[in-house]
Structure formats: C-alpha cells, structure tokens
Ligand binder design. Sequence first.
Ligand code: GLA
Length: 408
Amino acid sequence: MSAFVPSERIKNMQPYRLGFIILGSVLSLTMIGCSKPASDEAAASATAPTAEANATMSREPFGTLPDGTAVELFTLRNPSGMEVKVTNYGGIITELKVPDRNGNIDDITLGYSSLDGYLESSPYFGAIIGRYGNRIANAQFQLDGKTYKLPANDGPNTLHGGVKGFDKVAWHAEPFDRDGERGIIFTYTSADGEEGFPGTLEVRVTYTLTDNNELIFDYHATTDKPTVVNLTQHAYFNLAGDGSGDVLEHELMINADRYTPVDATLIPTGEMASVEGTPFDFRQPTAIGARINAAHQQIKIAGGYDHNFVLNRSGEGLVLAARVDEPKSGRRMEVYTTEPGMQFYSGNFLDGSITGKNGHVYTKHSGFCLETQHYPDSPNQPSFPSTVLRPGETYSSRTVYAFSTFDR
Ligand code: GLA
C-alpha cells in the first residue's frame, strides 16, 4: 500500500529494546551531542558546510513557568535538513521543518513562537496528551467496581487528561544523539489521584528523529494501582507550510474500513460503522475538503472531521494508518502506529482567534491532526479495546510520522 517503508531497523526494534538502548546511551552521548558549544557548531558549519556537520542537536532556555520552573527548547537536526524544535513543557513540538520536492524547507506545524503563547491558551498545539487522549464521557469511569470522578473540561466530558493534562506539565528531558538518530527522552511521574486518575503513573515518551526523515514517538507507562492510560501526540500539520491557508486540498488516505460515530458531545455511540459510501471513506486518497461540508449528520455534529478511525490491522505491530499528500509542495507524510485507532481532526475549532508563529492567524481547517490512540471513551465502552493498565504491566506504544516527497 505504501511507497515509503519505515527503515527496517526502526520497524524491527521493539519499543522496549529501543528504550533500554537509549537509556544506556544517554549519559555519554548527551555529553557529546549537547555539550558542544553553539559557537563550535557555527564554526563547523562555516568551515565545512557538509550535511554531516549539521546532523546534531542543541538546547537553549525557553522561558519560565509561573511556578518558577525553567523550561528549555531542544533542536534536533538530521543530514537531510529536517529540524524539530521541542520544549520539555508539555513535550510540545514548536517547529517541524521539512524539505519539499524542490528541497525548500518550511515549518509545517502550527504553534506559537514563545512559551507565553502556550501558557495563555493553546488547543493542544504539538503536545503530548495524557493521561487519557480524547474524551471520557460524563467525566467519570468505573474500574474494578470503583467510580473515579474526573474534572469536566469539555462540556460534561473530560478531554485530553483534564484541566492540567500532560500537555501542561514540565517533563524531565534527557537528550541523546547517536548513529543516525537523535532525540529526547521525556519522563514524568503523575501522582496518584492527579486529575482524578488512580495510581502513580511513571511515564516515558521518547521522540526520535532519524536520518530517514522519520519522527518516532515511543510511549511507556507503568502504574502502582489499576488505572486507564491513552497517550498520544497532538501536532497540527499544514504540509504546504504553517500559515499558508487551509488544508482542504491535502489528499488524505486513511487505512480504515470503520470509524466510531459520536453523539452530540463527541462521545462514541459504541458503534463501529462502515465508512463505505460516507464522507469517512478515505481508503482511496481524497482531498480533505472534498466532503467536509457534506450533509452527513456526523460531519455536522463535529463541524468537519473529529472522529476516531478503526485502523485495519491483522495482528500487532506497526501498520500504515494514514498518508497525506500536499500537491503544491510535494510533501508526503505517512503515519505508522501500533495503536488500534487514529483521531482525524480537521481543525474545526480553530476560529481565527489565535495568532500564532510569525503573525499567522489560525482559521478553521488551517491545520489537521492525526492522533494515534485507543478509541475515545474506552473506559466506559466494554466493546472497545481495553485501556486498563495494572501494576506489573507496561504500557508500550509506538507511532512513526515519516516524511518524504512525491512527483506527479
Ligand atoms: C481532539 C478532539 C477535538 C479537539 C481537539 C483540540 O482532536 O477530538 O475535539 O478537542 O483535540 O481542540
């Protein structure tokens, strides 16, 4: 199905193994990768402007949280010119620079240029989402006969982990830089009862930028009490470049025969409906805008797409979830994941009230999100794959965003 295959090493490496290798390498390699003074880097690229000279990473201050915690901004670069800027506040990707078919590099993710923007108000731009990605109905769930009450932050429901989700906390960050890969290991301990969820949750999320223009997210979590977990990444993309208008001409393929229809508050009804003959059939590449105003009840409820797709898969492991082609730039993005679902959100709530990077005003559909995940409201939906995590178990999940270009 795919023109692009994730590099064999990445595909075959177990998330666990990768995690251990990364942890084992961190201390020494951090020194090599990150302690290099910026002036050395500048000198290196001035005297030897080779691709290799730029394949590195750096870190700089990114401001201070209201409680006095200093946060940092990390820059990851690969030899093909891809560059990712990410802060340990919320694990937010603030910039993602990717070449187009002519080698022009643009930032293809929405966001703010400074910490203040993210602190004031952000629709989860670029952030890690947890403990529970997407909605939990009526802000509660039952587990082992106990009812857990959560904060309602989206009408009657809990959205993206509650009032202060993983997008709004300072993560501990350990950069690493080794053969063909560089990245950050983010760790965070979520206290028992935080945002109403039971169990002390030890979370580790690793971002890796490879030489093959893959951005890999590895998620791990353990708990000391039974709980529910559903972690994801909430980057908004515009493959033509941030601020270049809407994404309606992007051609999207989603590898899903079914999706989960929702009620008026965007909670799944429990049905897994066929996409056949509906605006949700993206099995053949189709422009995002082709049916976004269709007279379909599900489209009307969400004001576009804001739905979980049940990914086609036979067994575990990485599957191709989606491919997005942007015709003008020739940029292609493919999403591979070990998750059973993916939320396709077409930026319906962007309404022009946010001015982001470089004065870009974000209006409806000026970005899209492909959030790999377990299905929304799984803790209340017995027929959905379970999101329960128990002591002694390890939550482990991987998603790959792979960037390339195409000619037509
Ligand atoms: C997810 C949700 C949407 C919206 C966005 C952020 O995609 O499903 O309804 O909350 O996040 O605004």
